[in-house]
Design a protein around this ligand. Structure first.
Ligand SMILES: *[C@@H]1O[C@H](CO)[C@@H](O)[C@H](O)[C@H]1NC(C)=O
Length: 171
């Protein structure tokens, strides 16, 4: 038993670098960690920069019933950040429940976008539905890529405009 422990110590002494090299080793490790963090931050930036460009309008309450969830209010995010999907996003209903990062990039009137504000919205409805609360007549303009709730629209732009240009990316 004693002999074994002596052997183990000897192996350790040969395998690991002397004590005074230890700080260097830790530095190398934290550098690697920093590189990893930088890489993931960069890839995230590229990811956001590669988002799609489209338009957003807004619609008014009541927001139910929806094409996705009928009259189930539990499906609405408590943040009130949600949207009805236009044809480009709807995906034959598969868009229900998908989450998107959305930011305002421009509008016909300058100063409309709230700069550097990105929101995350959930798709709860279909903008071209004939039977849901997101019916065309309640939209500020028709044919938008995303029809945002009033809360969502107001979070990224001045709500007095009917439509904004957006960058959006599924998360
Ligand atoms: C939104 O736009 C309207 C019309 O131009 C303007 O009167 C109002 O002050 C703006 N609101 C904000 C918060 O900038």
């Amino acid at each position: 038993m004693e002999k074994r422990s002596v052997d183990f110590d000897r192996i350790n002494a040969h395998t690991f670098p002397p004590k005074f090299h230890l700080p260097k080793m830790l530095n190398g490790r934290s550098l690697l960690l920093r590189l990893l963090l930088l890489t993931s931050a960069l890839s995230e930036m590229v990811f956001v920069a590669c988002g799609d460009v489209g338009t957003a309008s807004h619609y008014s309450p009541p927001y139910q019933p929806t094409e996705c969830y009928s009259g189930d209010p539990s499906q609405f995010p408590s943040s009130n950040l949600f949207a009805a999907a236009g044809d480009g996003v709807w995906d034959n209903g598969a868009a229900c429940g998908r989450q998107y990062l959305v930011r305002c990039i421009s509008a016909s009137r300058s100063g409309t976008c709230i700069p550097e504000r990105t929101i995350q919205i959930k798709i709860v409805d279909y903008a071209l539905s004939s039977s849901s609360a997101a019916t065309v007549s309640k939209q500020s303009v028709t044919g938008a890529t995303l029809v945002l709730s009033q809360t969502a629209f107001g979070a990224i732009a001045n709500s007095s405009v009917a439509s904004i240009n957006i960058e959006f990316q599924q998360v």
